[in-house]
Design a protein around this ligand. Sequence first.
Ligand SMILES: [Zn+2]
Ligand SMILES: [Zn+2]
Length: 351
Amino acid sequence: MKGIVYHGPRDMRVDDVPDPALQEPGDVVVRIERTAICGSDLHLYHGEPLAMSGFTMGHEFLGVIEDAGVDVRRFRKGDRVIVSCTVGCGDCSACRQQLCSGCEVTTVFGPLTNVFGSPLLPGGQAEAARVPFADANLFAVPDSLDAERALFLTDILPTGYMGADLAEVAPGDVVVVFGCGPVGTFAQRSALLRGASCVVAVDLDRGRLAKAEKRGCVSLDPSRESLVERVRELTAGRGADCAIEAVGLDTLLRDAIEVTRPGGRIAVIGVFPADELSLPFLSGVIGKNLTIRGGLVNPQRYVPKLLPLIEQGRIDPGEIITHRIPLTEGARGYEIFDAHEEDVLKVVLEP
Ligand SMILES: [Zn+2]
Ligand SMILES: [Zn+2]
């Protein structure tokens, strides 16, 4: 079958790769209907060369079960399913708290090794993929939902919603969201759904800011006006109740600490490439009694809340799709997404 394979930085190729097969009795093989390129895939695309290459990329995919192991109880061949981007065993103490991202079984080789599209877990930018512990990591797609509306439940819609959840966005709150990319978009939507009185959308890209305004946000380009002053104006000098960092830049996290009011909450959902950050801790976090929370997404926790909102039309995740291209042209998809060509926001691949 065809799959997009990591050969090193800026070197993704559509290769012939082995067809996936069941390895454990709890596995399924999913024939992929739609898949997508994620902002976090670009970290590999830009990053330092990895020790291993030759693995299939992609952690956002849905499709139809082609084969199921004998221990799979909740699903069977022919079911249409969304696949969680993070894989848990479903049975350890982390998984029982719906924290499959920190599963004690699937992260034995280290954090993030249980995300699809890695050397240990071949991904879904392909025609098919093996999903371990299927009962814990799949969700049935209702017949009423087309692939494009369901696809982003695999990662970025729950990630955006998690931002609003970790920041405890409540009715009446003023919320600053750093980033108007796909995850920032969904964080803004989620903050509005939870009753924020004002969502300030921060980005440098004018096209993305215009889209944020259309969804009801106050747009702000920090290269053209002062973020601190604007937030002060919008909050009678108090500061924002919540901030959500959806980019992965430490300068933005510093800005978040600066614009958030005493006692406010900050959620970090952007992927930070560096492991260590320098932050104003005494004057910021301690001095202002701030809460900072971050995390890797757990679709297992959020999909049951978000699916009905999509079905009811209260959120349409397909709004972010700007490009639909065949999987066989996936390498070009990476180039477009990386270079911000053609006002790209999200690239969906069709196997
Ligand atoms: Zn993703
Ligand atoms: Zn587990």
